[in-house]
Design a protein. Structure first.
Lengths: 56, 235
C-alpha cells in the first residue's frame, strides 16, 4: 500500500526511544561508577601481585 | 563442608554450561562471529571451575581436582572470556597478536600447574584456594591472567555500553553490557577476597555468571528486535 511507504510507516531506528533524559543521565553515572569499580578491582589485583612477589 | 560450599558452585557451574550452550548455539547460527566461540570456551572453563569447587565441597579435597580447578577456574577463565571481547572490539592485528600470546601463556601455565607440587594432606576450608600448592610460584601466574581478563572483559563491556549511551541508541544492549561488566567484576572481587583468606569467591562467581547471563539475554533480545546495529559493540 502506498500509505505504508510514507516515512511515518517505515520502521524507525532506535534512536531516543521511550526513555527520558533523566534515564540516560542515570545510566551515565552507572557506567562511570562501574568504571571506578573496575579500577578498584585492578588496584586489588596489583596489591595481590605485590604481596606474592618474593622481594627478599 | 557446608552445603553452601557445594550448592553455590554447583549452581554457578550449571548456569555457566547453560550460558555456554546458548553462546555456542548462537555461534553455530552465525559462522564467522568468532568472539562467540571464544566466549563459549571461556564459559565452559567457568563451568569446569564451578564443578571442581562443588566436587570439593561434596567429597573433600583432591589434588587432581585442585589442579583442574586452578587451571580453568583460577587462571584461564577470565582471560579467555576477555579474549572474546578482544575478538569483538579490537583490530584484527591485535586480535592475532593477543590470541597467540594467550594460547602460549595458557599452555605454559597449564604445564606449570600439572607439574606443580601439592600437599596431599591439605585441609581445604570453605572455599578452594591455591594455598595447597607446595610449588608456590604457580600462584603468581593467576593475577596476570586475571588483570588481562578484567581489563578486556569489563573494560570492553563498559566501552560498548558507553558507545550506546553516547548515541542514545539500543538501551537494552546498553543495559546488557552494563550487566556483563558488573558480572565480570563480581568474581574478580571474590577472587581478591579469597587471596586475602576471606570467603566471597563462590558467591562472587555465582553473582558474576548470573549477571552476565541476564546481560547476554538482554543484549541478544535487542538484536532480535532490531537487527541493524549502528555501532559495533559487545553482544
Amino acid at each position: 500500500m502506498a500509505q505504508d511507504e510514507t516515512p511515518d510507516a517505515r520502521p524507525r531506528p532506535a534512536t531516543r526511544p521511550e526513555h527520558s533524559e533523566a534515564y540516560w543521565q542515570a545510566m551515565q553515572y552507572v557506567i562511570l561508577g562501574l568504571g571506578a569499580l573496575m579500577v578498584v578491582a585492578l588496584v586489588l589485583a596489583v596489591i595481590v601481585v605485590l604481596r606474592i612477589i618474593p622481594w627478599s | 563442608m557446608s552445603a553452601i560450599s557445594t550448592l553455590l558452585p554447583l549452581a554457578s557451574s550449571i548456569l555457566s554450561f547453560i550460558y555456554a550452550a546458548a553462546v555456542i548455539k548462537r555461534y553455530l547460527s552465525r559462522p564467522g562471529h568468532n568472539h562467540l566461540l571464544v566466549w563459549g570456551i571461556g564459559l565452559v572453563m567457568y563451568g569446569i571451575g564451578g564443578a571442581c569447587e562443588a566436587f570439593t565441597g561434596a567429597f573433600g579435597f583432591n589434588p587432581i581436582v585442585l589442579k583442574i580447578w586452578y587451571v580453568f577456574g583460577a587462571i584461564l577463565v577470565a582471560a579467555w572470556l576477555g579474549q572474546g571481547t578482544v575478538f569483538l572490539l579490537a583490530r584484527e592485528r591485535w586480535v592475532r597478536v593477543t590470541t597467540v600470546l594467550l594460547v602460549v601463556a595458557s599452555i605454559l601455565a597449564t604445564l606449570a600447574v600439572i607439574f606443580a607440587g601439592v600437599d596431599p594432606n591439605y585441609q581445604a576450608g570453605a572455599e578452594l584456594t591455591g594455598k595447597a600448592f607446595t610449588t608456590t610460584w604457580v600462584r603468581m601466574l593467576t593475577p596476570f591472567f586475571n588483570i588481562y581478563g578484567t581489563v578486556t572483559l569489563t573494560g570492553g563491556a563498559l566501552y560498548s555500553a558507553w558507545l550506546f549511551w553516547r548515541k542514545r541508541v539500543l538501551p537494552n544492549r546498553m543495559i546488557g553490557n552494563i550487566l556483563i561488566a558488573a558480572g565480570a567484576m563480581a568474581p574478580a572481587f571474590g577472587g581478591a577476597l579469597n587471596r586475602f583468606g576471606l570467603p566471597g569467591l563462590y558467591i562472587g562467581e555465582f553473582i558474576g555468571v548470573f549477571l552476565m547471563y541476564i546481560g547476554f539475554v538482554q543484549a541478544t533480545a535487542t538484536i532480535a528486535e532490531r537487527s541493524a546495529a549502528p555501532v559495533p559493540a559487545a553482544e
